[in-house]
Design a protein around this ligand. Structure first.
Ligand SMILES: *Cc1c(COP(=O)(O)O)cnc(C)c1O
Length: 298
């Protein structure tokens, strides 16, 4: 469903947001898209267990835990940071995953860096038996196939399609399904130049660009300005944004509109990729730092 913003803009620019955050109550937004064909493949392969990786507040971990329970898979989450093991009861994301039946395994940050290496995966197979592996953030070829379904024929009239980027899987799907007259703009939620290369592994079209000035200091980094922006956006539009991904992207799009980046009469579609489950955990951190909290959590 596309929703028009109540905020109005000059130059005849119009903005709508695709509410992918509403497609499932617990497997929200792009994580639903990314899991769809992976879960079908896991079933086709007769796998009983899904194993994946993520940080302590990962939307992907929460999504795999719930989707796995729903489809009758055992799930194992390899979580970054041994110190997190003692904090599960204070961590809404991990508590949710555990309550869905996910087995959580905590490893050091050094070990976590090895997670794509064959020997590391082999060790996991010895420890846990056979499993269907879903990479960190859920990005693989089947995930991108799922993300190609985000854009539908009702979106033909848009000139720009904007989305947040973590690993680059979602934007790759959007780029593959965008029409020749459409441009896809990606807003990385983290610092680093590696994303362009990642995306080039998955796409052929050249109708895309990365806007790299809206990461707010890096992955998971936020400040009072971003929190106040998210709260104001909710007050105006009744659309909750998450602080890690969609908040930064929407901030970026609106900033670019004010800076006249877009030609007059542009029709812009922003993809709401979900992530609302992360607000509760982020608010606990903000409180500790005596920063304003996000008041969109319902
Ligand atoms: C995971 C996530 C992203 C990043 O998607 P990638 O496919 O990894 O680029 C964006 N938005 C939200 C809300 C997410 O949870």
């Amino acid at each position: 469903m596309n929703q028009k913003l109540t905020t109005s803009f000059s130059n005849g620019i119009s903005v709508q947001i695709k509410r992918e955050d509403l497609i499932h109550p617990f497997v929200s937004g792009n994580k639903f898209r990314k899991l769809k064909y992976n879960l079908l493949q896991a079933k086709a392969d007769n796998q009983q267990t899904l194993l994946t990786f993520g940080g302590a507040f990962s939307n992907h971990i929460a999504a795999v835990a719930f989707a796995g329970k729903e489809r009758g898979f055992k799930t194992i989450g390899i979580i970054r940071g041994e110190e997190v093991a003692h904090k599960v009861s204070d961590n809404p994301t991990l508590l949710f995953a555990q309550n869905c039946g996910m087995q959580l395994e905590f490893i050091s940050r050094e070990e976590y860096r090895l997670k794509s290496e064959v020997s590391f995966i082999d060790n996991l197979k010895q420890k846990f038996g056979n499993f269907y592996l879903i990479p960190e953030g859920g990005t693989n070829a089947l995930a991108i196939k799922g993300c190609e379904e985000i854009i539908t024929p009702e979106d033909t009239d848009f000139d720009y399609i904007c989305c947040s980027i973590g690993t680059g899987g979602t934007i790759s799907g959007l780029i593959n399904s965008a029409l020749p007259h459409q441009k896809v703009l990606g807003f990385p939620a983290l610092k680093g130049d590696f994303l362009k290369e990642e995306i080039l592994n998955f796409v052929q079209n050249e109708n895309w660009e990365l806007l790299t000035d809206y990461h707010f200091g890096g992955y998971g980094k936020i400040n009072a300005e971003l929190v106040l922006f998210i709260n104001q956006f909710y007050a105006e539009n009744q659309i909750p944004l998450d602080p890690i991904y969609t908040g930064k992207m929407v901030y970026g799009v609106i900033d670019l509109i004010h800076k006249n980046y877009f030609p007059a009469e542009s029709k812009i579609l922003m993809i709401h990729t979900g992530g609302i489950q992360g607000i509760q955990g982020m608010n606990m951190k903000l409180k500790n730092k005596q920063l304003p909290t996000i008041d969109t959590y319902v």
